[in-house]
Ligand binder design. Structure first.
Ligand SMILES: Cc1cc2nc3c(=O)[nH]c(=O)nc-3n(C[C@H](O)[C@H](O)[C@H](O)COP(=O)(O)OP(=O)(O)OC[C@H]3O[C@@H](n4cnc5c(N)ncnc54)[C@H](O)[C@@H]3O)c2cc1C
Length: 415
């Protein structure tokens, strides 16, 4: 088939690669001038365990924190946020308490596992260095902090993940650079945790896809998707381009492109920040990934750099950076791992990115309900961790083969 893909983030590039491997003729349309320039640029890099990524699902940590009010609100409303954002937040809260929440977590766990296997297989196949690091440490500051990670940790343990509880000394043996001033009662440790550079892998995958015949059309903004015949309207072109099928991997824009076909996906941008700083002293820096579930902050090692991520904002707020959130992230970087990074370097990079999020935290993968149009979008806080598995599963669906992983929880009809 001739397949048009909208979006060259990590999800679009992975989808293009898998579809080309299945023998399809694939063209990717991307409005930016390169791959992975939007959300996929900002990822903090955590690949596994995917359920531990802060904001992976509304069912995780719901009891432990007040979402908008209280001393440490989990979400903040950016300037100009309105009723739409409050309504979406209500849906997020509701989804976290819904009877289906546990089944969604279990489905996300399976997709995460499958995706990790697929990602590692591709890394081995391409023989590339994508700045990997191993081990994920979840800091427990208070006795009841373990509740903040429930029920994700229960689902993971049931699924056979090795999650070890260690005391504060044990945590500092795993991460020797972790400051003694960080108050700790202990930590949860996933020795098989993985992190790597999402953007770098997207670029590798783009070239691998090109070798399989995929064409990339950059600076091509898709204005609309057509049916009868199936195709795309590109900005500035007189007529739609035809294709046998269209796959929307355009993150947030996927929902907008489907709206005119009567499909309403409640997808919202949940903005977060990533600060990357060059390494100063290896032994003072994180060796793997460290997560603070209380502040929902992640610090991960990526080659010669360290990345800290956090914050959850609803509303664009004119694209302005929130000074308090950034200060918290800088403090985490300098306070948790003193001397680990060069914060005064001109190479310190700050990014604000949007996690394209559906109320239950899970993506939509499969038929869109509009003939000829498929979806692989809305991966929220865990798009890097889920991209390669989602892409393979969607390619199986398009080939009418049994998908390599169960997709029932990711259908468009659940909304
Ligand atoms: C601060 C932060 C930290 C994160 N940390 C992690 C993490 O540790 N682990 C993890 O797994 N995930 C993480 N994520 C989430 C992850 O980055 C996203 O889920 C993932 O990048 C989404 O990929 P995507 O390809 O769907 O979207 P994107 O990367 O946004 O790609 C969509 C592409 O579509 C293009 N596009 C949009 N509209 C059009 C149009 N009309 N025409 C043509 N092209 C169009 C865009 O330009 C863009 O390139 C994080 C996100 C943020 C913001």
């Amino acid at each position: 088939m001739e397949i048009a893909i909208v979006g060259a983030g990590i999800v679009g590039v992975a989808t293009a690669y898998e579809l080309a491997c299945d023998g399809h003729q694939v063209t990717v349309y991307e409005q930016r001038s390169a791959a992975a320039e939007e959300a996929s640029f900002a990822s903090s890099g955590l690949l596994a365990p995917s359920l531990l990524i802060p904001w992976a699902s509304p069912a995780i940590g719901m009891h432990a924190s007040n979402l908008l009010w209280g001393r440490q609100p989990a979400f903040r409303m950016a300037r100009g946020a309105g009723l739409g954002e409050y309504r979406w937040l209500r849906k997020w809260r509701k989804a976290g308490r819904a009877p289906s929440a546990l089944a969604t977590l279990q489905a996300l766990e399976k997709l995460g596992q499958f995706s990790l296997e697929r990602t590692l297989k591709l890394v081995e196949l391409f023989q590339v260095d994508i700045e990997p690091s191993q081990g994920t440490l979840v800091l427990l500051r208070h006795k009841n902090d373990v509740k903040r990670t429930l029920p994700a940790t229960e689902v993971m343990t049931e699924a056979g993940h090795a999650l070890t509880e260690v005391d504060a000394d044990g945590a500092r043996l795993i991460e020797p650079g972790l400051s003694v001033d960080v108050p700790l009662t202990g930590a949860l440790y996933a020795s098989k945790g993985e992190a790597a550079n999402c953007r770098l892998f997207a670029q590798v995958l783009r070239y691998a896809a090109q070798e399989h015949g995929v064409k990339f059309r950059f600076n091509a903004q898709v204005k609309g998707v057509t049916t009868q015949p199936t195709g795309l309207q590109i900005a500035g072109e007189p007529a739609p381009r035809r294709a046998d099928a269209v796959v929307l991997c355009a993150g947030l824009a996927s929902a907008a492109l489907l709206r005119s076909h009567g499909v309403n996906l409640p997808m919202a941008p949940v903005y977060g920040y990533t600060i990357s700083a060059p390494l100063r002293e290896d032994t003072h820096a994180p060796q793997g990934t460290v997560i603070d579930p209380q502040h929902r902050i992640t610090i991960s090692r990526q080659g010669m750099r360290v990345r800290v991520s956090g914050g959850a904002e609803l509303g664009y707020g004119g694209g302005e950076h929130h000074a308090d959130t950034l200060q918290k992230l800088f403090l985490a970087l300098s306070g948790w791992f003193p001397g680990g990074v060069q914060l005064s370097s001109s190479q310190v990079q700050i990014l604000r990115g949007a996690r394209p999020t559906l109320p239950d935290g899970a993506p939509v993968i499969g038929a869109s309900g509009t003939p000829g149009i498929w979806l692989n979008a809305g991966h929220g806080a865990s798009g890097w961790a889920l991209a390669c598995g989602s892409a393979r599963a969607l390619a199986d669906r398009i080939a009418q083969a049994a998908p390599s992983v169960e997709l029932d929880a990711f259908g468009v009809n659940r909304f």
